[in-house]
Design a protein around this ligand. Structure first.
Ligand SMILES: Nc1ncnc2c1ncn2[C@@H]1O[C@H](COP(=O)(O)OP(=O)(O)OP(=O)(O)O)[C@@H](O)[C@H]1O
Length: 327
């Protein structure tokens, strides 16, 4: 790839604003092509509902939320999850989860280890077949209308195994080609994404030689190259330093301002509380609380609310031996 200077902010925004076009396309598609959709799926497209006012101003918002890129009013639910269930053998990992996420939202999912976050996100993105329940992305049934629904989704899976013998540029090209983009579009978007994520000088290097944080950034870039309307990111900030976190956040914030929707899981209560406008706290495969951030927190910090709902510190009694150090 030819090295270029970092694009102007307007160029990055131009790429990120694609979700709006995609949103408009899909809205038109959903309306114009409705008769072509199988009857069962068409009947499932939710009726338009009143757009809710944001619970609190987004701390990272720099531009008016009513930008021309906002999602069409006729599609008010970016993600709807109903009765989602998954069992592994005799163990229920996800137990009838219900969620609703609005377009333009930064939605955080938090929960203790083993709560079912990754299992839930995998079913939402079509990577893992649920045992029960329905997932709709912008009205499209992820399991009934998979091809169309998956076009709307960009995914950063947990423990993602990338083709790390490719260079950064090759990896983005591969991701774009898989999504059916032409060479010129892939080249343009790759350059914009590389610059936006601060990777422009590393794109010729093998992904295997990237640091953990760089790997996370190139994986998020690959998830965005087809300009999805919904980004589902499992632990996007794990292993990412504060500077890179702020770069990733900036890109994601621009994405939501352009009408895109971000759903992420995180173990960082502080970060989730700072960036998300709506959250779900889950434990043992069930939603303990969900909704606009202020409503869920009810005047407490997320950490306090999390501990209150998901359980306190583990008992350390019976570990007196730990105070008698070996010689
Ligand atoms: N493929 C699998 N086979 C068997 N059990 C599984 C499988 N995947 C997940 N589980 C179990 O399902 C439960 C939920 O796991 P999951 O990975 O979704 O939790 P999580 O909230 O993402 O955890 P963490 O925060 O530790 O990443 C756990 O008990 C886990 O052991």
């Amino acid at each position: 790839m030819v090295a270029r200077e970092a694009p102007a902010a307007s160029e990055v925004v131009e790429l990120i604003e694609q979700p709006a076009e995609a949103a408009a396309d899909a809205a038109v598609l959903a309306q114009v092509e409705a008769p072509a959709v199988p009857e069962e799926t068409a009947a499932e497209v939710p009726a338009p509902v009143q757009r809710r006012a944001p619970a609190k101003p987004h701390p990272l918002r720099h531009t008016a939320p009513d930008s021309p890129a906002a999602a069409p009013a006729s599609i008010d639910i970016a993600l709807s999850v109903q009765g989602l269930t998954k069992r592994f053998g005799g163990r229920t990992a996800v137990d009838g989860i219900e969620l609703q996420v609005h377009p333009g939202s930064f939605f955080g999912i938090v929960g203790p280890n083993g709560a079912g976050k990754t299992t839930t996100l995998s079913m939402i993105t079509g990577l893992l077949r649920p045992d029960g329940g329905v997932v709709r992305v912008y009205g499209l049934d992820v399991w009934g209308n998979a091809a169309l629904a998956k076009k709307q989704i960009g995914v950063l899976p947990d423990r993602l195994r990338l083709f790390d013998r490719l260079t950064g540029a090759e990896l983005l090209h591969h991701a774009g080609a898989l999504r059916g983009l032409d060479r010129a579009t892939i080249a343009q978007r790759s350059a914009d994404l590389a610059a936006a994520f601060g990777l422009e000088h590393s794109m010729h290097r093998l992904v295997a030689d990237f640091s953990a944080g760089m790997t996370k950034k190139i994986a998020i870039a690959a998830a965005m190259i087809h300009a999805p309307r919904l980004l589902v990111l499992d632990e996007p900030f794990e292993s990412v330093d504060p500077v890179s976190t702020s770069i990733v956040l900036d890109v994601l914030t621009r994405f939501t301002h352009a009408g895109g929707t971000v759903i992420l899981s995180s173990h960082s209560m502080e970060l989730t509380e700072r960036i998300c406008d709506a959250i779900a706290i889950i434990a043992d495969g069930a939603v303990l609380a969900a909704g606009p951030l202020a409503e869920v927190l009810d005047g407490r910090s997320l950490e306090e609310r999390f501990v209150e709902l998901a359980g306190g510190a583990a008992a350390v009694e019976g570990m007196e031996w730990l105070q008698n150090f070996s010689d």
